[in-house]
Ligand binder design. Structure first.
Ligand SMILES: *Cc1c(COP(=O)(O)O)cnc(C)c1O
Length: 820
């Protein structure tokens, strides 16, 4: 960015308002002002963006293509300004013309091109790649409708379409020159060439064009601007009614329908995949376009494809983009004319796979008939990869059917995408140490035995630039005051706080900042829900996607238990607490949606019971998303990370709370284990079964939640309150399916699959410790500061550096811009 010139910047905003809206500054709405300011900021980014692309063109550094179906970006305006280190200057310039940057920022829609953690991880990774100066492209889909907007109506979730492009998105740029054909359906005809090799000719297909839109990913204070490419689909031929015969006309209509529906919606399922045809088409669409672009770029400099692995690496974020394996093979063989062996050698050096889950319902499997019908040529290639791979397995384990059953790519009428990725990828990584160990020793044991060298761990991380510098400016200033500048690119610098954590003055300062952030959130809660909360109560926060394994149900049962105790003993010593929830549920996920309704009904009863003197409040924040998440993390005292051990691969919410000085109550799951190691047992509250214990129960089928229900009167009472009308105006049926979840034992769906009752007593006791600890203001403040001090490991800068060192092997680029 050129040196900031306030006068020019202000002039540009008023010019923009004039040109875009035929208005003067004073006449423009806040939304119009946002568009005008964002455009001016994009203009400030442009020189660095051009310079970065020129360096990449000239030096041709090895580049990572991060393939991800989701990028949960959050708002860009404020974050770009932070990374350009121009936030304060722009804020001041806007004040001069009577504008408030905060208000303007809040006009921006969240580009919600993701569901939850996986998509947010991809966004944090791009931020770190650019900030560390690595050449990278994110590759995804330009969904017309992102994650639905959630409304709560009478306690129920209602899904409203998120038309985020309605007013135009100022940071995207259409790149019509990057346009690639992607084909679906049809047949493959084989033809013998003169040299005796076979040609595979794809016929009768439907085609759409993938057109690139670029979004800038601004690095922190280093002039590097990487690119996120999101692909739009357009029909190939603009058809006219008269110039086509009937057959062509129908094909044109079909293709234009296909183009429209392909990028229409993001599937709002997290950790659960339905085998929908359209989703497979979406996957192939963006993967094919991204690979075509990477190869076209490479071929500007090279004639032979042999060096491709020296220049390009594709990181496959979960199973969603793993059709990349076969698509790269197809292009190398059918388009570039390589032999199978040459193509395989290149492909297996170019693709790497990140596993995000051990839960079967989240690993993609496609019925072979669907896969073959939609992608006939790609299927042939998968079939051949599988044939050769099964031969390798039989070679290694003669006569061992079990190994084929567990590792074959095609099995039982299905294409198993994880198996394709592991067979072909040169790297397979898990996302936290415990998760990687479970992959190696349990769920991917056979693969690990066959390919131990492929497996590695990359514990997830988060960007401190968004979740501290932008989301919590007061705490950011506090960190700068005691640790100096530099934590923005080296989060280990917060360690200097360890020496200050005992200092009463520093503790007081920290607690005042926390209180200010609680006030900011309390105001937001009041505006959105009408509920008044006590900022001196414990803000106990559980925000993340609604899923049974994340156990929001356990949390609300505990609230019901506490309420029972208060009702029984109105005079008991009780530390006031505000339980804050935020979560979207997939539209068809019954238990998840019922849990939202239960939380809201419990809130309704408790918040209106004057007899408890406001000691408990329950709040459900509607439409949890990155922009309100930034405020929520900043205001939390307690972070709920209570997944069933072994189920949460890593979690990243846990790290964002830690960064903002919340104390975690959690299970030994995912990255909680490593947080515990970093921050120490005196600064974190651990409870519940271990991953090994959970896996043991699952293996031996010897967990009996009914026994706990029968023998623990507190458990018995809260479960019965689900069906006695306490929280449903006398309706016994409303929450019966949640009650049944605990007690209905079926072979395919055992009672209390997520071990809530097993952990409930331990959760109660640990929550009692939390309350007692909160009374000791100094001890609490010290622990909170220690969380900030020990969070360094969980920067996504560390994660990305490990990917670079162990998997991608990239060199940093240097971008110089003329300052004047
Ligand atoms: C970080 C984040 C998540 C992931 O949270 P977990 O607690 O790790 O599941 C989901 N949604 C949003 C908006 C986030 O910022």
């Amino acid at each position: 960015m050129k040196a900031f010139n306030k006068k020019i910047f202000i002039k540009q905003i008023s010019d923009n308002v004039k040109n875009m809206y035929r208005k003067n500054l004073e006449e423009a709405s806040q939304e119009e002002l946002f568009q005008a300011v964002a455009d001016a900021v994009k203009n400030m980014i442009m020189d660095d963006w051009i310079a970065t692309q020129q360096v990449m063109e000239k030096d041709e550094p090895k580049t990572v293509y991060y393939l991800s179906m989701e990028f949960l970006l959050g708002r860009a305006l404020g974050n770009n300004l932070i990374n350009m280190t121009a936030y304060a200057q722009v804020k001041e310039a806007l004040e001069e013309i009577g504008l408030d940057l905060n208000t303007i920022e809040q006009q921006e829609p969240d580009p919600a091109l993701g569901n939850g953690g996986l998509g947010r991880l991809a966004a944090c990774f791009l931020d770190s790649l650019a900030s560390l100066g690595y050449p990278a492209y994110g590759c995804g889909i330009r969904y017309r409708y992102g994650m639905f907007k959630q409304q709560i109506v009478e306690g129920f979730q209602v899904e409203v379409p998120d038309n985020w492009l309605k007013n135009g998105y100022p940071f995207e740029m259409k790149r019509p020159e990057y346009c690639y054909e992607v084909r679906f359906g049809g047949h493959v005809r084989m033809e013998m060439r003169e040299d005796g090799n076979m040609d595979f000719i794809h016929e009768d297909y439907q085609a759409v064009n993938a057109v690139a839109y670029d979004l800038p990913i601004v690095g922190y204070n280093n002039h590097v601007v990487d690119t996120l490419i999101i692909w739009d689909a357009q029909p190939e031929v603009e058809f006219s009614l008269t110039s086509f015969n009937e057959g062509q006309y129908h094909k044109a209509v079909e293709e234009s329908n296909l183009a429209r529906t392909l990028v229409e919606v993001l599937y709002p399922n997290d950790e659960h995949i339905q085998g929908k045809e359209l989703r497979l088409k979406q996957q192939y669409f963006f993967v094919s376009a991204s690979i075509q672009r990477a190869i076209a770029k490479y071929k500007k400099h090279h004639r032979s494809l042999k060096q491709l692995p020296k220049k390009v690496v594709f990181q496959m974020n979960d199973t969603h983009p793993t059709v990349a394996v076969a698509e790269l093979m197809r292009i190398l063989i059918d388009v570039e004319g390589l032999s199978w062996d040459e193509a395989w050698k290149i492909t297996t050096q170019c693709v790497a796979y990140t596993n995000h889950t051990i839960m079967a319902e989240a690993l993609e499997k496609w019925p072979i008939d669907i896969f073959e019908r939609i992608l006939p040529r790609v299927y042939q290639i998968v079939d051949e990869i599988n044939r050769r791979f099964v031969l390798d397995i039989m070679d290694r384990y003669p006569g061992n059917e079990d190994k084929i059953r567990s590792m074959a790519i095609l099995y039982d009428g299905q294409v198993r995408m994880a198996n394709l990725a592991i067979a072909a990828g040169f790297s397979v990584n898990g996302v936290a140490r415990l998760h990687t160990e479970i992959l190696k020793n349990e769920s991917l044991k056979d693969f690990y035995e066959m390919f131990p060298e492929k497996f590695n761990n990359k514990t997830n991380g988060i960007t401190q630039r968004r979740f501290l510098a932008h989301g919590n400016p007061l705490l950011a200033d506090f960190v700068t005051k005691y640790c100096g500048k530099g934590w923005e690119t080296d989060l280990q610098k917060t360690r200097k706080l360890i020496a200050k954590a005992d200092d009463p003055k520093v503790q007081k300062e920290f607690m005042e900042i926390k209180r200010e952030n609680k006030k900011r959130l309390a105001k937001y809660i009041l505006e959105k829900t009408g509920i008044e909360v006590n900022v001196d109560s414990i803000f106990d926060v559980h925000v993340k996607r609604l899923h049974e394994y994340k156990r929001q149900l356990m949390n609300i049962l505990h609230v019901m238990y506490l309420y029972n105790r208060l009702k029984d003993n109105p005079d008991m010593d009780f530390v006031p607490r505000t339980f804050i929830f935020g979560a979207k549920a997939a539209a068809g996920y019954r238990n998840a949606k019922n849990t939202i309704k239960l939380i809201n009904n419990v809130a309704d009863v408790i918040n209106h019971d004057v007899s408890i003197g406001g000691k408990i409040k329950v709040v459900f924040i509607e439409d949890y998303k990155v922009s309100n998440a930034e405020w929520i993390y900043a205001a939390a005292d307690v972070s709920e990370q209570i997944s069933t051990a072994s189920k949460e691969a890593s979690g990243t919410g846990n790290m964002k709370f830690m960064l903002n000085g919340a104390l975690t109550i959690g299970t030994m799951d995912g990255a909680n284990v490593e947080m515990f190691e970093e921050v120490g047992e005196e600064n974190m509250f651990i409870f519940g079964l271990s991953a090994q214990e959970v896996i043991g129960f699952e293996r031996n089928h010897n967990y009996r939640p009914g026994d706990i229900y029968n023998n623990d009167p507190d458990v018995n009472r809260v479960l019965n309150q689900l069906i006695d009308g306490t929280y449903s105006h006398g309706d016994y049926e409303l929450f019966r399916s949640l009650y049944n979840y605990f007690l209905n034992d079926r072979p395919d769906n055992p009672a209390d699959r997520y071990f809530i009752l097993a952990d409930f007593r331990s959760y109660i006791q640990t929550q009692e410790k939390v309350a007692a600890y909160y009374r000791n203001r100094s001890a609490w403040a010290k622990s909170a500061i220690m969380n900030v001090a020990c969070v360094g490991k969980f920067s996504s800068d560390r994660t990305i550096q490990e990917y670079v060192d162990d998997i991608w092997h990239l060199e940093k680029i240097k971008v110089r811009t003329s300052l004047f």
